[in-house]
Design a protein around this ligand. Structure first.
Ligand code: ATP
Length: 234
């Protein structure tokens, strides 16, 4: 449903992404692994239309979408859950969620909101409270919920477990699996390689802007280039 081929992204002379190809299928979780500076975040940002790509192809649901503006990509079914969650602290949980649903009509918005509350019951409990008062894990669920409000086919997520306590990480990653089980294709960058490998279906490992491994997550642990670069083993 999302097919990325030969994506190139540069910041001036810095070639951050050099020919990345990957795919995301409905109901599947694709994990992007790589060391700091490997180009993971830049890949997600380019796919979300937040930084321009120099060349390549991004096909979403059969249509070429590279170069489209972020709001158009959201309408087409691509949602980004940004690094650091970026919820609007002074607004309530419900207001944050409604902002995520700005592309939907009013009736659809209410039914989608109900579905999000169903998926993340804590958000329903806290719906009238300020988002800034939620815990880190709850804010991450809110960031997921806000993205779900646009009824995405594909979700891009940048380090959803960052800064969370290990026990909270488990529940966040369980939330990711639940969204995939609902049929959403997920492309996830995750520093926590062990937990990410346990969760993911497919793995794409990148180093210096290039893909060095693509395969099933179960096989990835045995692959030398994956281990060398990301798990600190030979
Ligand atoms: P991290 O895990 O540290 O976030 P990453 O794999 O996500 O790393 P990117 O953030 O995509 O890597 O960075 C890839 C390269 O692009 C790095 O060399 C980085 O210094 C550079 N870079 C990233 N953002 C910018 C920017 N806004 N301007 C210039 N160079 C940038």
């Amino acid at each position: 449903m999302l097919e990325v081929s030969d994506l190139h992204v540069a910041y001036g002379k810095i070639e951050a992404v050099r020919g990345v190809s990957l795919s995301v299928a409905p109901g599947r979780i694709t994990l992007v692994l790589g060391a700091n500076g490997a180009g993971k975040s830049t890949t997600l940002k380019a796919l979300a239309g937040l930084v321009p790509a120099q060349r390549g192809s991004v096909v979403l649901d059969g249509a070429e979408v590279l170069g489209q503006a972020p709001h158009r990509l959201v309408r087409r079914g691509l949602a980004l859950v940004p690094e650091g969650r970026r919820v609007f602290g002074p607004l309530t949980v419900a207001e944050n969620l409604r902002m995520g649903g700005y592309t939907a009509g009013k009736r659809l918005l209410e039914s989608t909101l109900a579905k999000v509350y169903d998926t993340f019951p804590i958000l329903a409990e806290r719906r009238d409270g300020a988002a800034g008062l939620l815990s880190g894990g709850e804010q991450q669920m809110l960031a997921f919920g806000r993205a779900l409000m646009s009824q995405p086919k594909v979700m891009l997520m940048d380090e959803p477990s960052m800064g969370l306590a290990p026990v909270v990480v488990d529940s966040i990653l369980a939330g990711v699996r639940q969204m995939a089980d609902d049929g959403i294709g997920i492309l996830m960058v995750e520093q926590n390689a062990e937990a990410g490998l346990d969760l993911a279906d497919e793995v794409v490992a990148v180093a210096r802007g290039e893909v060095v491994y693509t395969g099933a997550s179960g096989d990835a642990r045995n692959h030398a280039s994956v281990l060398r670069a990301f798990l600190g083993e030979a």
